[in-house]
Design a protein around this ligand. Structure first.
Ligand SMILES: Nc1ncnc2c1ncn2[C@@H]1O[C@H](COP(=O)(O)OP(=O)(O)OP(=O)(O)O)[C@@H](O)[C@H]1O
Length: 249
């Protein structure tokens, strides 16, 4: 079967810095694939190239067998790809519902008509409630201002927004960052539900969550893939322990 995502010998230079070194990856449909590595290993740089926000210096990115290396972000989104960000991208002065609706309209190419459309469109309000329900957030949260949400609630909302439009392939950049242990567990439960349905590339420093969730992992060190395998294989890999896990310990 055609993989959901294929990356062939991707390279990215920032001037003299070789941030992505000949990275190749294959994600079969429905796989939850974690990318781990020390700070500065090039994980976010990789995601940005996969989503089309950064242009690779060389190499290829294929979604469902289609070469999108030189295609813009919105075309990748049209092929089912979505991403979440390490830093929050929510509009703090708007409500939860307004943030979700903004994302819904942006998906439909109508974001500019946001202010005229929201009140008139009961369907959008229902869609927003549906997006929240999917991540286990009650509809009673819809009227809350984002600035009044806890950090964990904001991260969950961001995920709800990334899931708007039912992506088939989602790139998640540290969704657990800054979450308390209860919130991390809720996020882990949510991501576990995606397994087998949505293909997920998960960049995450929370090793407990990563090793619990991932079908396979890729380990990046200084921009280069040093190991690929199941959680058990990665745990036992001496190069990984030396290069990364040992470093943390
Ligand atoms: N726009 C840029 N211009 C120049 N250098 C960059 C740019 N973006 C990233 N870098 C550098 O590329 C390297 C990889 O950074 P990147 O943020 O991808 O690492 P990371 O693995 O995501 O790190 P972290 O785990 O800390 O988020 C770092 O040395 C970083 O300083």
């Amino acid at each position: 079967m055609t993989p959901a995502l294929q990356v062939n010998r991707l390279n990215k230079y920032f001037g003299g810095l070789h941030a992505t070194r000949d990275v190749s990856m294959t994600l079969p449909r429905g796989e939850l694939h974690a990318v781990i590595g020390p700070n500065g290993a090039g994980k976010t740089t990789l995601i940005s190239q996969l989503f089309g926000e950064l242009r690779p210096s060389s190499g290829q990115v294929l979604i469902e067998g289609r070469d999108v290396t030189h295609r813009p972000t919105h075309e990748r989104a049209g092929l089912g790809m979505a991403r979440s960000f390490q830093i929050t991208t929510l509009v703090r002065d708007l409500t939860v519902a307004e943030n979700v609706i903004l994302a819904l309209l942006a998906r439909q190419g109508h974001a500019g008509r946001f202010w005229r459309r929201v009140d008139r469109n009961a369907g959008l309000q229902a869609d927003a409630a549906g997006a929240l329900a999917r991540i286990g957030m009650p509809a009673t949260q819809l009227g809350r201002r984002v600035s009044d949400l806890s950090h964990g609630e904001q991260r969950m909302l961001e995920l709800a927004i990334a899931m708007v439009g039912d992506p088939t392939l989602i790139l998640l950049d540290e969704p657990m960052a800054g979450l308390g242990s209860e919130e991390s567990r809720a996020m882990t439960r949510f991501l576990a539900q995606l397994k087998g349905k949505t293909t997920v590339l998960l960049v995450e420093h929370d090793m407990e969550a990563v090793f619990e969730l991932a079908d396979r992992l890729t380990v990046l060190v200084r921009g280069e893939v040093v190991a690929v395998g199941t959680p058990a294989q990665i745990r036992d890999d001496e190069r990984v322990r030396d290069a990364y896990l040992g470093e943390d310990a």
